[in-house]
Ligand binder design. Structure first.
Ligand code: B12
Length: 353
């Protein structure tokens, strides 16, 4: 972040306080609708909204904010069943109008017009947006039964059977690549939908995540036992990103296919990353981003790595890259791919491994 504000944290809080206060001034109904909990959430949400707006402005990508606008509206409709969708739209539209008003006082002149145009588009999108009927392929196809059964164990809080089930899948039904990418990844995505739809709580989502991490760790012996192919990969999530299971799946599957993997996890500062590259000299660097707010940091990492190590292959991936197709157009990367299986194929072809 940073393009938007001179002094980010101070300005973010000033804008949030301004918008928060104005929202109650201009909307008489709000005080009776929002209890203490909702008010606190609303303040946090304003900060969150600003961070998405900042990402869209920094990368000059309106779609980043517009897809967030749809996601936020859906979340609010699901979380506030006592409030009509029309009323939620009203609140959000007022909110975007107040952001335009508030940001006018804080923005650097060159970003003012862009912020206004993105927020105006957000208002238009909110006016017309209807939550689509969910068409899910989760339980369909070759892997549907396995996804459904694993999710059922998770929803029953039965971690022992869940973990055993995943192990049996890899023993009897699917390759390890398939277990990771075609069963566990879609289940994690489904868990995200269920949270977004307010059908499971945050603590259930955390529990399901930690059981899946346990399920992954039981494969370590299998993963590190395969013949080596003399290529290496360094994998991490970027900046203050907390999502790291995707990066870990990438690292595990490369290790399983004979690459030496160095997995740095989440929250890796650029200085530490550069030191690791210097000491391991990997053939491939894989950078993972889930939340779009970290895309700008990812681009900075890519540029720095490319300058210092022109010979190392750089790949980027993760959920954030699926939101807007053009994000990586100008980035000096070697590839951006959708999942770990495609990434392995690409590496095999590119390195002749
Ligand atoms: C688990 C989870 C968490 C966990 C993460 C734990 C961990 N150790 O990783 C925790 C609890 C920390 C978390 C926190 C939050 N989360 Co969360 N989370 C998820 C969830 C349910 C699953 C993520 C996951 O593990 N997916 C499975 C992995 C395997 O998939 P993947 O990451 O896409 O990786 C694959 C590919 O993308 C690719 N890939 C990945 N990296 C790379 C790199 C390269 C180079 C390549 C080529 C490929 C590649 O290969 C992988 C394997 O095939 C998602 C739902 C979803 N749709 O993803 C929400 C989700 C991402 N979270 C979401 C949100 C909102 C949050 C929070 C803001 C919630 C909050 N209110 O606090 C925070 C933000 C945290 C932060 N500051 O970053 C939203 C984001 C929505 C948005 N608007 O962008 C989602 C989409 C949920 C939802 N449906 O609304 N979350």
């Amino acid at each position: 972040m940073g393009l938007l504000f001179h002094d980010l944290s101070k300005a973010m809080h000033e804008v949030s306080e301004y918008v928060y206060k104005r929202q109650f001034e201009v909307d008489d109904q709000l005080a009776s609708e929002y209890d203490e909990y909702r008010r606190r959430k609303m303040y946090e949400d304003i900060l969150h909204n600003l961070s998405f707006l900042d990402a869209a402005i920094s990368l000059e990508d309106e779609q980043l904010f517009l897809s967030y606008v749809e996601w936020l509206y859906t979340l609010m409709v699901n979380l506030m069943p006592d409030t009509t969708p029309t009323r939620i739209k009203e609140q959000l539209i007022t909110h975007y109008e107040l952001l335009i008003e508030g940001l006018d006082k804080f923005l650097e002149p060159k970003t003012q017009a862009l912020a206004k145009s993105i927020l105006t588009a957000a208002i238009e999108r909110t006016k017309v947006y209807e939550i689509p009927k969910k068409v899910s392929t989760f339980e369909e196809g070759k892997y549907g039964w396995a996804r459904k059964q694993y999710l059922t164990y998770l929803r029953e809080n039965d971690k022992n059977r869940a973990i055993q089930f995943v192990e049996e899948l890899a023993d009897n039904s699917f390759t390890l690549d398939e277990v990771y990418v075609d069963v566990l990844q879609p289940v994690m995505e489904e868990i995200g939908h269920l949270w977004h739809e307010n059908k499971i709580s945050v603590n259930q989502e955390h529990y399901m995540t930690s059981v899946t991490q346990l399920a992954l760790s039981q494969f370590y012996k299998r993963i590190f036992d395969t013949p080596r192919i003399n290529y290496s990969i360094l994998v991490c999530s970027v900046g203050s990103e907390l999502h790291e299971m995707g990066a870990r799946m990438v690292s595990d599957l490369f290790e399983y296919h004979g690459y030496d993997s160095v997995y740095l996890g989440a929250g890796v500062p650029i200085k530490a990353l550069m030191e690791s590259i210097e000491s391991y000299k990997p053939n491939i660097i894989a950078l993972s981003v889930t939340m779009p707010q970290h895309l700008k940091t990812c681009k900075e990492y890519v540029i720095k790595i490319r300058q210092q190590y022109p010979e190392i292959l750089i790949a980027v991936g993760g959920r954030a890259f699926s939101i807007s197709k053009d994000i990586v157009n100008e980035w000096p990367i070697d590839t951006s791919l959708k999942d770990a299986k495609q990434f392995l194929n690409w590496a095999e072809q590119t390195l002749g491994a």
